[in-house]
Structure formats: C-alpha cells, structure tokens
Design a protein around this ligand. Structure first.
Ligand code: SF4
Length: 376
C-alpha cells in the first residue's frame, strides 16, 4: 500500500507492485468489458472524432442521462464540425441551455472554427495537435486519440483515479502534483497498448457501473481478489484528496422590467459565470435583500429614474455551481413610462423572450405557471 509521505512519493512504479498487479488488472478488466459490460451510450463505438469530442465535452460535469439529449440535438443541428463552425452563437447557446458550464459551449464553437480555418475542417489526428486545441485537456485528448485513432493514450478522470487508487491502494492525494504524476504513470502502465480504445472504454464503464463512488459492487467485481482497498477496508477513504472546495454565496435580484410588451434584458459577458447567456436587470449582493414594494419602487427610481408598479415577487431560487451557490429572486415590475435601455441592456419582445438562452435559474423561474400567466 502507498502512504502519503515523502518516502512513499519517491517510490518508483516498479516498486509498488504495479508490474505484478497491472497485468492482472488489465486482463480482468478487458475480459469483463468483452463479456459482461453492457453499458449503452449513443456515442459508444463511435470513430468520428467530431462526435467523440462533442460527447466528451458534453459529459464533462454532466451525467450521461442528462447529456444524451443534448448530444443528439447538437448532432441533428450540426452534423459535421464545419456545420458547428458556421453556427450562429445564440442558436448554439440556446441548444446548450440547461446543461451548465457554458464555457464548454463557447470553447466548442471556438475550436470548431479553428479546425475549419486552420485544418480545412478535418479533425487533427495526432495526440499533440488534439491536446493543443482550446477546451481539450489531457483526458479528452486521450479519449479522442484512442477512440478515433486507436492511439495508446490512457484516459485519467475522476472515475479512473478512484478505480486505480482503490485497486492499487494508493493513498497519495490524487489532486497533488505528486499524485497526478503517479496516477498518470500508473494509468499508462495499465493501458492495453494493443487495444487502447477498448481499454479506455472499459475502465470508464467500470468506474461508472462497478467501482462507483458510493456502494461499489465489490461482490461482482472482476478484480476483487487483488483489490487492496477491499482487503484493507479502505474503500470509502480512497481516493484521497487534499483540497477542500470552498463555496461562496451570491444573491441575485432580477428585476423583470416590462414596458409596451417588452422586457429589459442583456447578454452576460466578462469573466464571470454564465457568459453569453441572457438575464434581466440585475442587482447583486452578498446577503439576502428583503425587498418591499416601497423599496423596489425607490430602487427603480434611483437606479433607472423610472416609476414602476410592482406586479409580483418570487420565492428564492437556488442553483449550486461548483464553486458558488446562487440565490435568485425575481421581481416583476411594469414601468409607467418609456425609457431608454441602459448600457448593455436591450428591449426584447415578450413573445420572443424564449428565443434567448438563459441560465438554469431563470429558465426554472420561466417554468412557473405564475410567471407564464403573468407575462405570456
Ligand atoms: Fe472497486 Fe470493490 Fe472492485 Fe476494489 S473490489 S476495484 S473497491 S469494486
């Protein structure tokens, strides 16, 4: 077993029983893949690098069940990378709406255009060229290289870290510099160089369906005989992580300002969350605001110099992001007179509001019957 100590960090791969056990692990895993693994996914066995890339980007931070319909929508609307390169940004973001982590969509468009312009619309075929593309990290580059071109590059994501940490009993933190090097070397050592595509698919499926984060199916596991975590009762402790995720809270008050059957909206930009998505007039704070009709009217007068009628105030909506929690309240007001949209904002007709892409919190609010009967 590895220990999280300086000494242990210096242990060479050959000294950690990898050579002894990696063959056992790889062979058992491949046998399981060919005889038992029945995991179905629409992109499984795909050789088209564009479709592999699209599916891998969608699956980052997203469950397969949720990502499936998005993958299918993108393939129908943009069957080739050249079609995606020619996409209208707003249309693509509208398709992505609800999937979250919108920088993925932005990078998809950027990289599709790079490939269209610099590679003649043909996906690069070397691992180095693929890794150089924006939005493609080591995991996605290994997946595309192996699945599309059968190149010997091992995938290493959260699933693989967990499987390797448990089977080999590795206590070096997977998010430390030493841990990353160690796991990368171990993943490469275990890779079946004769069948990298099948091996990578096998270990991804194995992590998702057998060696799961909670309640792994050890009784049915093909590598249980030599699994260190199982033998030492360390399953729930592995893999080890050093970093604690600290979340910050943000309170958003969205003023949905209506005049002459139009709403004031803007597209978010800058380096913050939800880039390229739309939103209503926003007031942000670090604590909850207790809005009353009086304070709302006063705020509208002070910030936009308009007189308003308050139509309704919503309950608070919560959206969990990786590094922050968003609390949002929606306040619907009618302006009593015309006014020019402030900088960055524009007027969108009410009957065309659904053509814009919004963050999940806002679309959840849209789905409330109160909002729909009030506004549409
Ligand atoms: Fe994972 Fe259990 Fe198999 Fe070990 S025995 S690899 S913990 S499923």
């Amino acid at each position: 077993m590895f220990l999280a100590s300086q000494t242990a960090n210096k242990v060479l791969i050959m000294d950690i029983k990898v050579s002894e056990n990696q063959l056992f692990f790889s062979q058992k895993l491949m046998n399981w893949h060919h005889t038992i693994n029945k995991r179905e996914m629409p992109w499984k066995g795909e050789k088209n690098p564009y479709k592999i890339w699209l599916s891998e980007i969608i699956l980052q931070q997203t469950r397969v069940e949720q990502g499936r319909s998005y993958y299918e929508k993108f393939i129908v609307n943009y069957p080739t990378i050249v079609d995606l390169a020619a996409a209208n940004d707003d249309d693509a973001f509208k398709l992505w709406e609800g999937l979250g982590y919108y920088s993925r969509c932005k990078n998809l468009l950027f990289t599709a255009r790079t490939i269209a312009e610099k590679h003649g619309g043909v996906f690069p075929q070397s691992h180095a060229e693929i890794l150089a593309l924006k939005g493609i990290g080591p995991y996605t580059a290994a997946a595309i290289s192996s699945f599309a071109y059968n190149l010997p590059h091992a995938v290493l994501d959260g699933n693989v870290y967990r499987v390797l940490a448990r089977f080999f009993g590795i206590h070096v933190p997977s998010d430390s510099t030493e841990g990353k090097k160690l796991f990368t070397a171990l993943a490469d050592a275990c890779l079946d160089k004769n069948a990298p595509a099948a091996y990578n698919q096998a270990i991804m499926d194995f992590g998702a369906t057998v060696c799961m984060p909670a309640n792994p199916l050890c009784n049915d596991c093909p590598v249980q005989d030599k699994c260190v975590a199982l033998q030492t009762g360390m399953i729930s402790q592995l893999p080890v992580k050093t970093k604690q995720l600290v979340k910050r809270s943000r309170w958003f008050t969205y003023f949905i300002i209506e005049y002459d059957k139009k709403h004031l909206v803007r597209k978010r930009d800058g380096k913050d969350i939800w880039q390229n998505l739309h939103e209503f007039y926003l007031e942000e704070s670090t604590v909850q605001s207790n809005w009353t009709d009086g304070s709302i009217k006063m705020f509208m007068e002070n910030s936009l110099n308009i007189k308003t009628e308050v139509v309704h105030r919503s309950a608070t909506f919560t959206q969990q992001l990786t590094h922050q929690t968003i609390f949002a309240q929606f306040i619907l007001v009618q302006s009593l007179s015309a006014f020019d949209a402030p900088a960055d904002y524009f007027w969108q007709p009410i009957d065309a509001i659904n053509k814009l892409a919004f963050p999940k919190t806002i679309t959840q609010y849209f789905n409330l019957s109160l909002f729909q009967t009030t506004m549409f």
